[in-house]
Structures are given as C-alpha cells and as structure tokens.
Design a binder for this molecule. Structure first.
Ligand SMILES: *Cc1c(COP(=O)(O)O)cnc(C)c1O
Length: 399
C-alpha cells in the first residue's frame, strides 16, 4: 500500500466540479481583485473565529508581517516567540526590523512554555507571538496575563490551527491580532497561497487594510491619521472625483505592501470552509485512534490539553530510533515528515544571535525525535489500520 502524508488530489476529486464552476464564474465576472468573494469569505472567517474583523492577505507570512507593522513593531524592538515552529514565524519578526527572542517549549504539546517568558522580557520587548503548533492551542490565558502585566501585545500565529479553540474561545480571537495561512497543506488550504488577519480592534484592522494595499486609499488615509494621532488634514482634491475606484487610490500614506487575497482563492476557500468542521472532526477521530493504538508502544504520543479543541494539523510521534523507524515506514509505503528538524535558534540564519547548542533543550530534544504520520481526513479506514499496524511493527526497532 502507498500512503501519502497528505493527498490533495483525493480531496479535489470530491470538490472538483463545484470548484471548477466557481472558478469559471469568477473568470467570467471580470472581478479579480477585492471582489464579492473576498468580502464574503472575510465575513465568514470573522464569524467563524468570532472576531470583529477579518482581512484577507496574500499568504500567512505576509499576515504576520502586516500584523506586526500594525502594532507598531519595528527596528530595535524584540518579539518573544517559540523556538519550535515553522521559520516564517521568526522571519516575519525580522522582516519588520525587530529581533525574535526564542523561548523553549513544553514537551507535552510542543507549545511555548509560558513559565519561561517573563525571564526574557526586556525594555525592548514589544510583543509575544505564540504559535498554535500542529493545531494544538498555546496556553493563551497565561500568555495574555503576562502580556497585560508588562504592557505587551499578543499576536497568535494560527497558521496551523483554524478551527481550534482555547477553552471555548476560537483561535483567531484570543489575542490583539491573529494570523492564518491558506497554503495548500493547511487544514483549510487553497490551490496556491492565501492568508488572513483577524482582530477585534478597529484601529489594527484599519492599519492592516491600509498596509496590504500600498498604504493608499481611504484606509491608507485613516491609518495615517491613526499612526500620526490625528495630525493630518482631510485630503481634498477635486481632480480625483472621476476615478472609478477608490478616489484616494493614488494617494499614498504609508509604505505598505501589495498583499491581497485573490478573488479566485477567496472563491475556492468559500467552498472549502463548508467542509472544515467535518475535516477537523475526522482528524480528531483519527488522532484518538492513534493515541489508543500507540499507548502501549515505546513511541511518545501527543499529550494535548483536553479542555481545548485541537485540530491535529499534524499527528506527531516521537522515537529514539527515528531514522530507523522512518526507513521502515518508507519501506511499507507510508510517507512521513519531520517537523521540525532544526529549531529556530540553531538555524544558520540566526547564528549572529549567538544561541548555543543546548541553550533551548526541549526544542532541541524534540527536533531529534519528532515525526509526522499521515492524518489526512481523506484517508480510508483501511489505510488508517494499515498505518497503525506498520507503526506497531516499527515499535520492534525500539527493542
Ligand atoms: C504555514 C505557516 C506560516 C506561513 O504561512 P504561508 O501562507 O506559507 O506564508 C506561518 N507560520 C506557521 C506556524 C506556519 O505553519
């Protein structure tokens, strides 16, 4: 049997007709940028994550960059984040000119260890950026309490966690601002790149809307006023009265980005959002099966907080004999992947920060042991059973 980590073609087989019709509809409409599906999908995501505003952007990395800029994070600032994440989390902090401060994670759920945050807060700290890694929610209550005490912003990197909750609150409304990615492999993915920023704060929303579109137009003007604390006069120019689009389109107020969620992707995601709950439930069902099946083995299974809804973007096992186990599973036709082989503080790009081997021990320990097995909602029951028996067989390698 041959089992991919994620079989996107199989998912497309069930949705294809609906999606192709939607794409054709958008192509015929002539409305390709900021069209009705962008607006509809933004509204639906806002409602889904219980946030006041949702702002579509080009990808999850831009969402982080724009969110950081909207909070005023920049040159000379520090942002506290996790050492065990996808690189984009740290990259976005650097992209705005700030410095990431890497914190160790908990062995149980791979999330930032809030106990270690306060010791790393300095005069330069502007924000804390937890990542809901593998779809399991960071300890937001403790993190937000620390942030409040030290007057810091909190940004949730929710790229892997759409549909997850912390206690009963959805990811996406647990911080000052939250970001999502619709990269094809995420729990809600498009056929290309896409991203979203959510917030309950009107001002942050306005600045994000301005930044994602060249800092121009009415949002650009409003954002400029907010950032300059109302010091600017209303722009009056009768020459722009005839402009078919935003009259302020060619008035630029901020150095921003061209980072929009395309109408085509919004149209696709609008269809897929209908299935997200079913897909996430399927992932949870599989995870429970795996937890039970591997409880008696030498593999370490995930130990997530049961008070939250976890969406299992990845199902992670740990082994002392990872290389041998992965070779065995490959032999059996089962695809696996290592998330993440190099923790952030040991990445070459950050060598100038001077972190040493052993300085962030749990992240390093995990990076030597973790691997993901397929938890694709499209797996058949037969395939799940096959994976379970292969992993159990691989347990022999621990003897
Ligand atoms: C995928 C991901 C991102 C980046 O999203 P893109 O859409 O690929 O730019 C950021 N953070 C985390 C934790 C991710 O998994």
């Amino acid at each position: 049997m041959k089992i991919e980590l994620l079989n996107l073609k199989r998912q497309y087989e069930t949705l294809g007709t609906q999606i192709e019709e939607r794409i054709a509809e958008i192509l015929r409409s002539g409305s390709y940028i900021n069209g009705p599906y962008v607006k509809k999908f933004e509204e639906r995501v806002a409602q889904y994550v219980d946030a006041k505003h949702a702002i579509g952007v080009a990808n999850g990395t831009d969402a982080l960059v724009i969110a950081l800029r909207a909070l005023g994070v920049g040159q000379g600032d520090e942002v506290i984040t996790t050492a065990f994440t996808f690189y984009a989390t740290a990259e976005a902090i650097c992209a705005v000119g700030a410095t990431p401060i890497f914190i160790d994670v908990k062995r149980s759920d791979f999330n930032i260890d809030p106990e270690q945050i306060e010791a790393h807060i300095s005069e330069k700290t502007k924000a804390i950026m937890p990542v809901h890694i593998f779809g399991s929610t960071a300890d937001m209550e403790t993190i937000c309490t620390i942030a409040k005490k030290h007057n810091l912003f909190v940004i949730e990197d929710s790229a892997q966690a759409i549909g997850s909750t912390y206690r009963s609150t959805p990811v996406g409304s647990l911080a000052d601002v939250s970001t999502f990615s619709f990269f094809p492999t995420k729990n809600l993915g498009t056929y290309g790149d896409g991203g979203m920023i959510t917030t309950n704060n009107d001002q942050i929303a306005t600045i994000c809307r301005a930044l994602k579109s060249h800092g121009s137009g009415v949002y650009g003007e409003q954002a400029y006023e907010l950032l300059e604390q109302g010091k600017v006069q209303e722009v009056k120019d009768t020459h722009v009265e005839q402009t078919v689009y935003d009259q302020k389109k060619y008035y630029n107020y901020l150095v921003g980005y061209n980072s929009r969620l395309d109408e085509l992707h919004a149209g696709i995601l609008d269809i897929k959002l209908d299935y997200l709950e079913t897909w996430n439930a399927k992932r949870r069902e599989r995870a429970a099966k795996y937890d039970a099946a591997f409880a008696e083995t030498q593999f370490t299974t995930m130990e997530l907080d049961e008070a939250n809804i976890n969406t299992y973007h990845m199902y992670i096992l740990q082994s002392e004999k990872r290389a041998e186990v992965l070779a065995f599973l490959k032999e059996k036709g089962i695809s696996t992947a290592i998330y993440y082989p190099v923790p952030m503080h040991l990445q070459k790009v950050f060598r100038s920060y001077g972190y040493e081997q052993g300085s962030i021990p749990v992240a390093e320990y995990l990076s030597n042991r973790t691997f993901a097995i397929p938890i694709d909602p499209e797996l058949t029951d037969e395939e799940v059973e096959y994976i379970i028996s292969a992993v159990r067989e691989a347990d022999q390698l621990h003897m």
